[in-house]
Design a protein around this ligand. Structure first.
Ligand SMILES: C[S@@+](CC[C@H](N)C(=O)[O-])C[C@H]1O[C@@H](n2cnc3c(N)ncnc32)[C@H](O)[C@@H]1O
Ligand code: SF4
Ligand code: SF4
Ligand code: SF4
Length: 470
């Protein structure tokens, strides 16, 4: 792969922005070094573009040439009077768009890899009053919020969840609230299923595979409960539920088949996260490496391209594609900088605020249980991932890498879970980024109407602007 960084001075107000040039199949892709913008070109067109910016002056620009220059400017591939288009500079939202509430540190399972499992955390239950005084000011200001009930096991506090949902219905009837819950599924019964259905919940159920072996870390009851739910509540499972799997040595080779199994059972979505060696998993030695993760995504891509996976949304793969296609992708993780502390806020079981709960680490604390929402949103540590991203743009391995504005330098929490330096990158995700983005771009260049992009168009929730192709 050929990479060149160039700043080419034109004489017409517009100049080419610093960018990288990569070869994907028969095409060139120009990737901005200042924004998320990219464009596919034939090699000849790329050279004409460079010559064009070299030779033309404002006076000589015809309408078509000016339109091309303006499109490149909107993508961050051209500057106007030395400046980047304003809409391309990300700004931190004043209030979060997604709130994750760790209802309790307690759990009725005892998974041996649990990152959130300690005797002190087990005793914590966040008060309903604390939750309400967090939700109300956000909704009063913004009128919209995604609320996820999490834990520990959130359904252990079902009555508290139902009081919060009732409160939202009474106090915020006119607001756009979306509810979600992440559960081990053991406490789903007629009452909880009816409630979650009535209030339009999205439900994530943790399951690591379709066999007892692949669920080794969660224990045999995980699969038993899931199969019971498929039998008892097939419509609810199909309409509302997705599976969340932790990728470890126990299941990494079985996850392509697991995707097919879920699809066969009418489940609509599969999300995955790589096992973090923290909490109870610290000494497990079950994490996976770069080759295993790229092999897994290759297998999923093959299944999608062969149209064997059609109805099941492989959420992480779709998030990669959204990330390539949108300036403001809906998933706040796979972009740079990520949402931790910006779009995303965590209210912990002990009443403290965190920027993210992906691992339980002090680096993400925004304020303790006495801290107000206002104080948490003012905490200097709220800017941590933004500052980390800015640092990575100009230092270390990311400084010379074309993907930095798309990948954000990998998940800060996972980087911290594997290393002590928060400015390090997470090697597994870094390897996946370098593997996957060229494949996705090449597929777009060679078969934009092929099975992969048909699948993407069918399932992507992204409603934001797409990257136009010049
Ligand atoms: C902590 S649990 C809380 C919600 C609920 N108890 C459940 O299991 O779905 C949330 C998710 O984190 C995942 N998880 C637990 N330990 C992990 C680890 N060490 N690395 C990555 N994910 C982990 C779980 O499998 C689960 O899908
Ligand atoms: S992963 Fe979820 S179900 Fe398992 S012990 Fe942790 S909190 Fe409980
Ligand atoms: S720290 Fe990681 S898990 Fe948390 S929001 Fe950022 S990318 Fe997502
Ligand atoms: S994390 Fe890896 S893929 Fe992303 S910018 Fe850094 S070096 Fe490139």
């Amino acid at each position: 792969m050929e990479i060149a960084v160039q700043q080419i001075q034109g004489q017409m107000g517009y100049t080419l922005a610093p960018h990288a040039v990569l070869t994907v199949g028969d095409h060139r892709v120009m990737i901005s070094r200042l924004s998320r913008g990219w464009v596919l070109l034939s090699p000849g067109d790329y050279q004409s573009l460079v010559d064009f910016f070299d030779e033309h002056t404002s006076a000589k620009l015809d309408t078509e040439s000016r339109q091309i220059a303006e499109r490149l400017y909107r993508l961050g591939l051209a500057l106007c009077d030395g400046k980047l288009a304003e809409h391309l500079t990300p700004s931190m939202p004043a209030f979060p768009e997604s709130l994750l509430i760790k209802m309790t540190g307690h759990c009725n399972y005892n998974c041996d890899y649990c990152y959130d499992h300690s005797e002190s955390r087990r005793k914590q239950d966040v008060d309903v009053a604390r939750i309400v005084t967090t939700i109300d000011p956000i909704l009063d200001q913004t009128g919209k919020l995604n609320i996820t009930f999490h834990g520990g096991e959130p359904l252990l506090r079902f009555s508290a969840i139902s009081r919060i949902v009732d409160h939202c219905a009474e106090r915020h009837a006119d607001k756009a609230i979306r509810f979600a819950i992440q559960t081990n599924g053991a406490l789903l019964d007629d009452t909880t299923v009816e409630f979650l259905d009535r209030h339009d919940f999205s439900v994530g159920i943790s399951l690591d595979g379709s066999t007892p072996d692949t669920n080794h870390h969660r224990g045999p009851k995980a699969l038993d409960h899931f199969c019971r739910l498929l039998e008892q509540y097939p419509a609810f499972m199909e309409k509302r539920c997705g599976a969340l799997s932790v990728i470890s040595q126990a299941n990494v080779r079985a996850l392509p088949d697991f995707a097919l199994w879920l699809q066969d059972h009418g489940i609509r979505g599969l999300s995955t996260t790589v096992l973090d060696p923290t909490g109870r998993a610290k000494d497990l030695n079950q994490s996976i490496g770069p080759q295993e993760i790229t092999g897994l995504y290759d297998a999923w891509l093959q299944l999608v391209r062969a149209e064997r996976i059609t109805d099941l949304k492989i959420q992480n793969l779709l998030a990669y594609m959204d990330n390539l296609a949108c300036f403001d992708p809906p998933n706040f993780c796979q972009k740079g900088p990520c949402g931790a502390g910006g779009e995303f806020l965590v209210l912990d079981a002990d009443g403290s605020f965190r920027a993210c709960d992906c691992i339980i680490h002090d680096a993400f604390i925004l304020g303790d249980h006495k801290c107000t929402l206002e104080q948490a949103l003012d905490a200097p540590s709220r800017r941590r991932v933004v500052d980390r991203h800015a640092w990575l743009v100009s230092h270390g391995p990311c400084a010379d890498c074309p993907w930095i504005h798309l990948c954000g330098g990998t998940c800060a929490a996972k980087a911290l879970g594997c290393a002590t330096d928060e400015n390090a990158v997470y090697p597994v995700e870094c390897a996946l980024n370098k593997h996957l983005y060229p494949i996705l771009l090449e597929a777009y260049a060679s078969e934009p109407e092929g099975a992969l992009y048909q699948y993407y168009r069918r399932h992507s929730k992204a409603r934001q602007r797409q990257n136009p192709v010049v």
